[in-house]
Design a protein around this ligand. Structure first.
Ligand SMILES: Cc1cc2nc3c(=O)[nH]c(=O)nc-3n(C[C@H](O)[C@H](O)[C@H](O)COP(=O)(O)OP(=O)(O)OC[C@H]3O[C@@H](n4cnc5c(N)ncnc54)[C@H](O)[C@@H]3O)c2cc1C
Length: 298
């Protein structure tokens, strides 16, 4: 098995193309993820990331699926890991499990503050911010570590400037690459990169997180979770096809594709597609990125 660190992939290729998947729910068999992976494997992404359910709901599944991606599909994997509710002993145990499973790449996250009062926090907290987890991981082993960033600011932070100042500490804690929150307005992303550079963050690859919008339920979910600006042309599509699911899906794919083509022309380091475990959509969207990359590198 070839072991690859994601920071090495960024050094070798541009753009790096990656997908995000999530583990099946606790009560669904793990095998349900096989269909997703079977569908994604032929596109040969540079890596696939696997989300992590805070509170331990999918901990083992994240490691298991990340291992499967490497072993069975021979694609590099990135395991997400959150820390806000964890003790350092719990993090140690997950890091050991990642090592045993040959997983070399971790997306180190704080995680959302749990709203459920039944979820216990260590007191005092062992990890307050993602930066605490990043320096901890770096002190514990040889991992390539990525972090999240927010082109329109993290919802808990009072201003985008302060969020970027906090991002600087996070990068300095030892990050190797960044993946953005989803956005629908590329100008927000370009302004964010300028702001990063204003605050002295420039030597780190950034992948743009792109989520194709496929149905109205998903739009409501996105609106509740993020403050992503929806440009007028995007809203027109959503309104026009609200009751025409097939048309909405096609228009959502076309919108994401257009966003990506613009990002490629700008010179983006990487594109990270939030696949929602739908391989056919990921395939449609990435087909032309792969073609463009082939032309650039030939
Ligand atoms: C690409 C991506 C993947 C994700 N995957 C998952 C997943 O698998 N599972 C999951 O549960 N969630 C996931 N999330 C959501 C993420 O956990 C939440 O957005 C969470 O609220 C913040 O995590 P973070 O790592 O960005 O936190 P941090 O970087 O710690 O930032 C959190 C907040 O604290 C502020 N802050 C940071 N450092 C300091 C400091 N030193 N002093 C003061 N304030 C500070 C920041 O400005 C921000 O407002 C993902 C998000 C993204 C963008």
């Amino acid at each position: 098995m070839i072991l690859l660190f994601i920071d090495n992939i960024f050094s070798a290729k541009k753009p790096v193309i990656s997908f995000e998947i999530f583990p099946p729910k606790k009560d669904s068999p793990i095998e349900t993820i096989y269909n997703t992976l079977e569908g994604l494997k032929d596109t040969k992404p540079d890596y696939i990331s696997v989300t992590y359910g805070a509170g331990g709901s999918s901990t083992n599944r994240t490691v298991e699926i990340a291992h499967l991606i490497k072993k069975k599909y021979e694609i590099e994997s990135l395991a997400h890991l959150t820390c806000i509710t964890s003790t350092s002993q719990e993090i140690d145990s997950i890091l050991s499990s990642l090592k045993e499973n040959d997983i070399k790449n971790i997306l180190a996250l704080r995680g959302d503050l749990p709203q459920d009062p039944a979820i216990a926090f260590p007191t005092p907290l062992h990890f307050r911010y993602a930066s605490d987890l990043i320096s901890y991981i770096k002190s514990k082993g040889d991992f390539s570590v990525g972090g999240a960033c927010y082109p329109e600011g993290h919802p808990d932070c009072e201003s985008l400037d302060n969020d970027v100042i906090n991002l600087k500490s996070k990068v300095e804690a030892g990050l190797d690459f960044l993946i953005t929150q989803l956005f629908f307005d590329n100008d927000k992303f370009y302004n964010f990169i300028d702001l990063m550079s204003k605050y002295g963050i420039s030597n780190i690859p950034v992948s743009a997180g792109i989520m194709p919008v496929l149905n109205t339920k998903q739009i409501k979910h996105i609106t509740a979770l993020t403050s992503a600006t929806m440009p007028k042309k995007f809203l027109r599509i959503m309104e026009r096809y609200e009751h025409l699911p097939e048309a909405l899906k096609e228009a959502g794919i076309a919108y994401a594709t257009e966003q990506i083509i613009d990002l490629l022309s700008w010179g983006i380091d990487g594109i990270h597609v939030y696949t929602m475990n739908k391989p056919e959509i990921a395939k449609k969207i990435t087909e032309n990125i792969f073609n463009i990359r082939k032309c650039i590198t030939n």
